[in-house]
Write a protein that binds this ligand. Sequence first.
Ligand code: NDP
Length: 491
Amino acid sequence: MTARYENLIDGHDCPPAQGAYLDSENPWTTQVWAQIPRSTPEDIDRAVAAASAAFRNAAWAGISATKRAALMRRLGDLVEANAKELALAEVRDNGKTYTEMLRQMLNTAEWYRYYGGLCDKIEGRVIPVEAPGHFNYTLREPLGVIAMIIPWNSPVRLLAWKLAPALAAGNTCVIKPSEHASTSTLTFARLVREAGFPDGVVNVVCGLGAEIGPALTDHPDIAKVAFTGGVGSGTAVYVAAAKRMRPATLELGGKSPNIVFADADLDAAVQGVAGGIFASGGQSCVAGSRLLVADAIHDAFVARLADVARRIRMGDPMDAATHVGPVANRPQFEHIMKMISMARDEGATIACGGESVTGAQGGLFVQPTICTGVTADMRIAQEEVFGPVLSVLRFSTEEEAVALANSTRFGLGAGIWTTDVGRAHRMAARVRSGSVWVNTYRMTSQTSPFGGFDLSGVGREGGQAMIDAYLQTKSVWVNTTGVMAPAFPSL
Ligand code: NDP
């Protein structure tokens, strides 16, 4: 039975203006399990109008920060209470394991609670000014309607990174999920209504990025764009925002290094490197897709890693014994296989994996793959695969490790594996990357900023300061003397 989903506009389930729908395929069964709206710019216009009206409406604009905080906490509680349903929707859409998605949903609840706690701590300042008889202070105000564009790999979680601070600051929004994974966002949006947020504060419009993305990012009533996705569409979104002189936050891709020194705890490093690239089938922005390993331990370390890679269980994402589910969609599967073939052509050795596998119900898998003999100039060392493909590069000195780590145009995450505390801090300072993990990998938290250098993005998400990305500052000057000095004294 195919479920049909509708857009959420102004608190109502809204069929798309043109009446067209897209099939949503379950990547494990390869069966169509749902239909989502194939919206058009008309639907975007309706959603932006609803969000603009809600932004001005006293039901949202007029409520106290304390009340807003209560709504946020209630939303967090509802996400937690409905974590299983949300996780199931994610699994059906993107094929990641239920175990991982459930953990993600429970953490997502914390984002709404954390930013809920900041609602009533948004404060202006009284500024000492060199202007006798004048009083100056700042007001912190929400921006308006935020366009939120999210990818397919972890939609509900990545939405929370934007939506929680945006709502805490008092904004409204129009969300465009990926055509490949929209149902979890629609399921989540129902909880926003249930929590008691006024109609129109959160709107969701589904469809193809190419058909409705530009209508959203070019819309004159959008105050900011918050985007997570690839560099190509991120660039288009950034240009559109710039043309309207609007701010944009961009969380993009990566080619993150895991750097293993000879003095590392190798048991821990093997786990960290394997989890860093093979968990979620590598479909993670912070996938540690480059292993930089010291010459002295190269062969032994790669052998241990290959042993773990070969034992990873691929299968039904709902089965608790499965480590990795199918690739999320066919275009992504084809991209991964093309990248593996390109690595071979460039002269890399496939030390393990490298082949595709068809699951029991037709889903497409790629074996955990390790490419050795990779050099920094190869495309497999430079371009994001977004799949379970690890490129191994070797170094002999710390200096070389730094140079290799910084040899791509990305800068999202980096793992450093060493027992030398001084080296850990030296490396953390010299690696160009938004997050650095020492003897651990892939750690994130709502309380800590996350984002990228260079092609990995613009701006940060998470942490207290990030609420500022959804606020603007107004400077208010008050003449306290009651007297206005003549503009032109001699007149
Ligand atoms: P895409 O860039 O293809 O798509 C991201 C979103 O943008 C989708 O909703 C897409 O819609 C939409 N979109 C596409 N074209 C446009 C356009 N012209 N204007 C507006 N919106 C548009 O990325 P993927 O969905 O393939 O996600 C994978 C990428 O996301 C990887 O590069 C990954 O590294 C990155 N990512 C980054 C993270 C971070 O925090 N730094 C976290 C997770 C992923 P549609 O799908 O319908 O085409």
